[in-house]
Design a protein around this ligand. Structure first.
Ligand SMILES: [Zn+2]
Length: 175
């Protein structure tokens, strides 16, 4: 992993507890305040993603927000406090696509980069295969521009918001 991927020294300029500017970022993963001793650990953020096929077509979403606005993404989002990965994904599918019922089975996981408002978050994405009995028609227009159905074999990597997502689509074709 490149040093720049975890360089928080330009993001966090003050201690989050005592507001001191005397911070040690030398470790890369932990930011220590040299005045009060508080340590902020920069751990991966858990995220969940659904890989859903319907009539041999893969369900993709065109993102309405950055990072990757206008590019294709798989449905999903971040895990909230107290949720299992499955609960988080079911909540996201209901919020994003009004999907009330989906059979989920674990597929794989992959690290990802998620640059948001100038902060280089590192995520760990958990991918689930989702079985749906009908194609969703509605979507959350605050996050999604359109639902896109694609033959997974004919997806252009330049159209996909995150390289890790494209790798998972390739892995799906090999499975
Ligand atoms: Zn401090």
């Amino acid at each position: 992993m490149k040093k720049t991927d975890l360089d928080f020294s330009s993001v966090f300029t003050h201690c989050g507890k005592c507001a001191s500017v005397d911070l040690d970022f030398s470790d890369g993963k932990r930011n220590e305040c040299l005045d009060c001793g508080w340590v902020y650990y920069q751990n991966p953020v858990a995220a969940v993603v659904a890989v859903m096929m319907f009539k041999q077509q893969l369900l993709l979403l065109r993102r309405a927000v950055d990072p990757g606005r206008g590019l294709l993404d798989l449905p999903g989002g971040f895990v909230e406090f107290g949720e299992t990965a499955e609960e988080a994904l079911r909540r996201e599918l209901k919020e994003e696509l009004m999907i009330e019922s989906v059979d989920l089975s674990y597929f794989t996981s992959a690290p990802n980069h998620y640059h948001y408002l100038g902060v280089p978050y590192q995520t760990l994405d958990f991918f689930f295969l989702g079985k749906i009995s009908q194609a969703p028609k509605e979507f959350d227009s605050g996050e999604i521009l359109e639902i896109c159905w694609r033959d997974p074999d004919k997806i252009d990597p330049n159209e996909v918001a995150f390289p890790s997502m494209y790798q998972i689509i390739r892995k799906l074709l090999e499975s």
